[in-house]
Ligand binder design. Sequence first.
Ligand code: SF4
Length: 280
Amino acid sequence: TDFKSDKQPTWCPGCGDFGTMNGMMKALAETGNDPDNTFIVAGIGCSGKIGTYMHSYALHGVHGRALPVGTGVKMARPDLEVMVAGGDGDGYSIGAGHFVHAVRRNVDMSYVVMDNRIYGLTKGQASPTSRSDFETSTTPEGPKQPPVNPLALALASGASFIAQSFASDALRHQEIVQKAIEHDGFGFVNVFSPCVTFNDVDTYDYFRDNLVDLQEEDHDPNDYEAAKKVVLDSEKEYQGIMYQDENSVPYHEQHGVTEDMSDIPDSAPDDAMDLVREFY
Ligand code: SF4
């Protein structure tokens, strides 16, 4: 797509982040966006490199702080399509506080979390979504605490859109990210994005064998009580849209931030883009 940069990803061959990113790029294109109106904000981790591999405005932010940066971008330029990307360590550990507040503010942007249930960039430590018995070099007997449930955390924080997808189910993943982009408010998608190097438990085969698609379960994403049941169900791994508030009003509309940004000089984004090119 137009969103692919000329930089070759340094992700390990087979990493789920390839599929996650491809779906994101296609979803952006399908929803009528182009690199000139799109701003990617990334956190730190293997997933954080995504802003380099995508051709758009981008900022590779501070660990756990991608969401406040994305919020700032959207408030300053509500006319831009803002997509924030990160990993489970970035988003649900050091960034957990920001996650809760971005969710409750309902800023009109999408947040795609590449959840591989491990820290990949730092070579395989337990992450907030690792299973309690997952043995790693730093947790030889497992973390011995239950994993964070990001979907339940989002629902409890007042989310207006909660979804989950699988990097390897390309069309379904793309479709779900598209819905998150189109949603009027904070579109949260937790993506199962296997780390083929450090996680031999939450593998492609595991998700292929265990994933249940909500489309086949007659789930109504507009039904809050049904959403509660699905996000709290620890027995199953779901993909699909868990919850969508049809009456969602995004933050900038609630607070009268105008879509009309005609007073901003055109030169500002171009100068910023030159800086980004120089940096990479
Ligand atoms: Fe992907 Fe894991 Fe390799 Fe990182 S370490 S690039 S998450 S496979």
